[in-house]
Design a protein around this ligand. Structure first.
Ligand SMILES: [Zn+2]
Ligand SMILES: [Zn+2]
Length: 211
């Protein structure tokens, strides 16, 4: 069964998620933001073994904890990112643009693709490519648990910004309509910033998607 521990970390309050199959202890970190040691300590406390880092996208605030987590683990976790965000990863996720400097950690070796299945023990996640906030943005849908990890695509009452390099408003709207609003109303949305919400709630009330 899927177990989820949420963290809100760093100067722009980024949500990181420790996700595990609590029967096998196989674990991934979705967006290892900022304080890698804290995420690692929580996993160790629960006897969970972090085998994967899955990135919704390569912005610096979502990957800054990767180096600390990786250094402490042997074997190191595999790192997964969509190839359309590799350029952004090489630029440290745009950290310098915001006056930050981060260690981006190990190079992503797993290329996420639309429709790909990711596994943690008996729990599976579907990768959905959702460009708009960045060209390689992806979300992770766990149908068994009824949860979508939506990164910076959609938030409670808001959507991801598209004014940064690689942003595309029309693509963002299309991604939300086709990849999020097609999911069941009761699907939990765990996003990259802000509180949890649900698909039905956003379909009815998200003010940015009414146009
Ligand atoms: Zn972002
Ligand atoms: Zn973000």
């Amino acid at each position: 069964m899927l177990a989820i521990v949420s963290f809100t970390l760093g100067p722009v309050f980024t949500n990181a998620y420790l996700v595990a199959d609590n029967e096998t202890g196989e674990t991934a970190v979705i967006d290892p933001a900022w304080d890698g040691r804290l995420i690692l300590a929580e996993a160790q406390k629960r006897n969970w073994c972090i085998g994967h880092l899955w990135y919704t996208h390569a912005h610096f605030d979502h990957i800054g904890g990767a180096a600390e987590i990786t250094e402490a683990l042997n074997p190191p976790p595999s790192v997964a990112l969509h190839s359309a965000d590799h350029m952004l990863w090489w630029m440290q996720g745009g950290a310098a643009f915001f006056g930050f400097c981060i260690d981006p950690g190990p190079k992503p070796a797993v290329r996420l693709e639309h429709g790909q299945t990711l596994r943690l023990g008996n729990v599976t996640f579907e990768v959905r490519h959702t460009p708009g906030h960045t060209p390689g943005h992806c979300v992770f849908y766990c149908a068994q648990a009824g949860v979508l990890f939506s990164g910076d695509l959609i938030f409670q009452g808001s959507v991801g910004r598209t004014d940064l390099p690689g942003g595309d408003w029309d693509a963002l709207v299309r991604s939300i309509r086709e990849q999020v609003y097609t999911l069941p109303d009761e699907t939990r949305l765990l996003s990259g910033h802000g509180p949890e919400t649900r698909v039905g709630e956003e379909r009815r009330h998200n003010p940015f998607m009414r146009i």
